[in-house]
Design a protein around this ligand. Structure first.
Ligand code: AMP
Length: 113
C-alpha cells in the first residue's frame, strides 16, 4: 500500500502545495503554518518516516536534502537561516515523512523551545 502521510499526498500531487523546488528525488514547498517569514519544508520523495529510519544507502539523499535547502535559501535571498529536523513526537514531529524545515527572515533565538 502507498504511503498515506499528507506529504506523500503532496508528492503524488493529490493535494496542492506551494512548491518552490522539485527534482526527481526532492520536493520543497511552503509550510502551511509558517513560523518565520520564510518557512519551507524540504523532503525526500522516498518514503522515510524520520532521520532515524535512514540507512547508509540514504547518505547521498540526506546530503542532497541539505544541499537543496542551501540552494533554496539562496534562491529566497536568505544568507542567515535555520534548518531543523524534528525526529519523533517528543521532538515535535507531527508528520512522519522525513522533512527539513528551512526557516529565515527573522532573528532566531537559542536554545529552541
Ligand atoms: P513537524 O512538526 O516537524 O512534523 O512539521 C510538520 C510541518 O508540516 C508543520 O510545520 C506543519 O505546519 C506542516 N504542514 C502540515 N500539513 C501541511 C500541508 N498540507 N502543507 C504544507 N505544510 C504542512
Amino acid at each position: 500500500m502507498s504511503e498515506q502521510t499528507i506529504f506523500a499526498k503532496i508528492i503524488r500531487k493529490e493535494i496542492p502545495a506551494a512548491i518552490v523546488y522539485e527534482n526527481e528525488r526532492i520536493l520543497a514547498f511552503k509550510d502551511i503554518a509558517p513560523q518565520a517569514p520564510t518557512h519551507i519544508l524540504v523532503i525526500p520523495k522516498k518514503a522515510l518516516a524520520d532521520v532515524a529510519a535512514a540507512k547508509e544507502d540514504d547518505a547521498a539523499l540526506l546530503g542532497e536534502l541539505l544541499l537543496s535547502a542551501a540552494h533554496i535559501a539562496k534562491e529566497q535571498g536568505l544568507t542567515d537561516y535555520r534548518i531543523v529536523i524534528n525526529n519523533g513526537a517528543e521532538a515535535g514531529q507531527t508528520v512522519f515523512h522525513l522533512h527539513l524545515h528551512l526557516l529565515g527572515g527573522r532573528p532566531m533565538r537559542w536554545p529552541p523551545g
